[in-house]
Design a protein around this ligand. Structure first.
Ligand code: CUA
Length: 352
């Protein structure tokens, strides 16, 4: 906002011009400084794998090309404004218009066409490169990614393991990913490792990625898929190959704890939305839930006993917990009474 000087129209005169220039420069600098404050967890500029590097190559090329075009166009514009500022005017005070200049029209059609061809060649090449997993480093690890409203299911067909929302991968290994959707269109995106690829119902898309360094890489669904879209986050946990093998073993032979209910909760996708450690997610956490009072959206309270949990599995939107939305699908017909009992036993074990 321009400060209003008494008895003067704002933004006029020498002082008005100076204060406006000061404001613009300050805001520009502030914007530049603030852009450095974001957490870089989901930055495509921080590359941690060869698939992301390949995208960066094209990105850099286009960026440099765009910078050259920008300087040329703006330079010509500034030159024209200064050089022709006293050009002849019409009776209305406007510059005299020029109609038809074949030479100029050919030039401004041919140059952009050439630029587009130069962008298209490496782009099409990289799209082909990123679809098929390279096999020069040995057999890739296969992972099927299945999109659900609102979580990601990761299935390892060769290992017989399934997880939700956390994809474990070994470092230095190519991961060959096939993507499918269970309901609507989602998009799988881990900016530091690879570009985004859609999960489309009735179709299988392919992509691959590889993590050079061990660590946790954050990703999220990049296609609006419903009310829970913003909550559809996930992680890629890259581990040294030995640690990954240990994790696989642990998954195949779960040590103790929940047992059958825990496995059901994972394979049905419950844990995609309900955390078991108290952390916030799409749905209420299961930790400390059993036999405790739950506040509902309509202000009433209910005790999370066997009856309430059973109802929540079969008719999830009958009693929605305060602060959450009616997003959960019904599991009627997908679970047996024994399954429900096993899941309740597991939820119970999380309150002990
Ligand atoms: Cu799934 Cu957005």
């Amino acid at each position: 906002m321009v400060r209003r000087l008494p008895g003067r129209r704002p933004g006029t005169g020498h002082r008005g011009y100076l204060s406006r220039a000061f404001l613009i420069v300050t805001l520009t600098l502030l914007t530049l400084v603030l852009t450095a404050c974001g957490d870089a967890q989901q930055s495509t500029l921080i590359r941690k794998g060869p698939a992301a590097d390949r995208i960066w190559d094209v990105y850099g090329l286009i960026w440099i090309g765009a910078a050259i075009v920008f300087v040329l166009v703006e330079g010509l514009l500034v030159y024209t404004i200064i050089r022709f500022r006293r050009a002849p005017r019409t009776a209305h005070g406007r510059p005299v218009p020029v109609h038809g200049n074949t030479k100029l029209e050919i030039i401004w059609t041919v140059i952009p066409a050439i630029v587009l061809v130069f962008i298209a060649i490496p782009t099409l090449q990289i799209i082909a490169d990123l679809a098929d997993a390279p096999t020069d480093k040995g057999a890739p690890l296969k992972v099927d990614v299945i999109g659900h409203q609102f979580f990601f299911e990761f299935s390892y067909p060769e290992l017989g393991i399934k997880t939700t929302n956390t994809m474990h991968i070994p470092t230095g290994t190519v991961v060959d990913i096939s993507l499918q959707s269970n309901d609507v269109i989602h998009s799988f995106w881990v900016p530091q490792l690879a570009g985004k690829t859609d999960l489309i119902p009735g179709r299988t898309n392919r992509m691959w990625l590889e993590a050079t360094d061990a660590g946790t890489y954050h990703g999220q669904c990049a296609e609006f898929c419903g009310l829970g879209h913003a909550l559809m986050r996930f992680q890629v946990e890259a581990q040294a190959p030995a640690d990954f093998d240990a994790w696989v073993n642990e998954q195949k032979n779960p040590s103790a704890g929940g047992g059958q209910g825990q496995q059901l909760a994972q394979s049905l996708g419950c844990t995609g939305c309900h955390s078991v450690d108290g952390s916030a997610s799409v749905g209420p956490t299961w930790k400390g839930l059993y036999d405790h009072e739950v506040k509902l959206g309509d202000g009433s309270t209910v005790t999370a006993d066997d009856a309430y949990i059973t109802e929540s599995i079969l008719t999830p939107n009958a009693k929605v917990v305060a602060g959450f939305q009616a997003l959960m699908p019904s599991f009627e017909g997908r679970v047996t009474d024994a399954d429900i009992q096993a899941i309740i036993a597991y939820i119970k074990s999380l309150s002990e």
